[in-house]
Design a protein around this ligand. Structure first.
Ligand SMILES: [Zn+2]
Length: 250
């Protein structure tokens, strides 16, 4: 006996359409299958990472990712809602972290520095394997930021976000907007190189480690307890400050 293929339809809402080809966006899409896929597999077969999905309705009822898709199912897939109130039991992902922490995919070193400069706890190394990134994200409850959709399909990753922007400064603004962080910025409190919170130091403690004019002109010095780097409010600081003020207004 030869099984007939089954067919189910899906509609993706709002920014989930960013992942689809132009001709597929904002339309009801159909797919045939012989072996019923899970809802997660069905959604990801369209290129949508499950980490971007907040709510799935199958034939009008909320569903989790493990449900098997049946012939004739009508599936609606919604992204994270920023303004709509969804009751927690309908969510397919854990609640948003209140104090978001991040782990960044390799090649996002500049974004890591910007996020740290804004005060966010950001794990980053430039040579971390995909499975290790997924593990860090899960175990340390960090949001995995990446430009690689495939990485977000790891089942271990429940918190992740696919960056739309390619420029690192625009990516930082994108993250602030996407996770509603404009009021959580704590600029210049964290080492841009190694992510450690900075501590204030007196001039006398570090006199031998900063250029003489810096020590003369600046009172507000901070030190990274890990790499011992000294931070002060130089011209770079003031340039960045203007950018951060713009971010805080968005
Ligand atoms: Zn440091």
């Amino acid at each position: 006996m030869i099984a007939a293929p089954a067919r189910a339809s899906v509609r993706f809402y709002a920014e989930l359409n960013d992942h689809l080809a132009h001709h597929q966006r904002y339309l009801t899409l159909e797919k045939t299958f012989f072996v019923p896929p899970s809802v997660k597999e069905f959604i990801e077969s369209f290129g949508i990472p499950h980490t971007e999905v907040e709510l799935v309705l199958v034939n009008g009822e909320s569903s989790d990712f493990s449900r098997l898709v049946q012939a004739g199912d009508r599936i609606a897939v919604y992204p994270v809602f920023e303004s709509l109130d969804i009751t927690p039991e309908l969510r397919v992902r854990p609640q948003q972290l209140r104090e978001p922490r991040f782990v960044l995919d390799v090649h996002l070193g500049r974004l890591a520095a910007y996020l740290r400069m804004l005060g966010f706890d950001t794990a980053y190394r430039n040579c971390t394997a995909d499975a290790e990134l997924a593990r860090i994200s899960a175990e340390e409850e960090r949001i995995l930021l990446t430009r690689d959709r495939g990485l977000l399909k790891h089942s271990a990753v429940t918190r992740g976000y696919w960056l739309r922007e390619t420029d690192s400064r625009r990516q930082a603004a994108e993250v602030v907007n996407r996770f509603d962080l404009a009021r959580s910025l704590r600029p210049f409190t964290r080492c841009m190189a190694c992510n450690q919170p900075l501590r204030p130091v007196s001039k006398s403690e570090v006199l031998d480690r900063v250029p003489h004019p810096v020590a003369e002109r600046h009172d507000n010095l901070r030190e990274c307890p890990a790499c011992r780097r000294i931070y002060w409010e130089g011209s770079h600081y003031h340039r960045m400050h203007r950018w951060i003020e713009e971010l805080a207004r968005c």
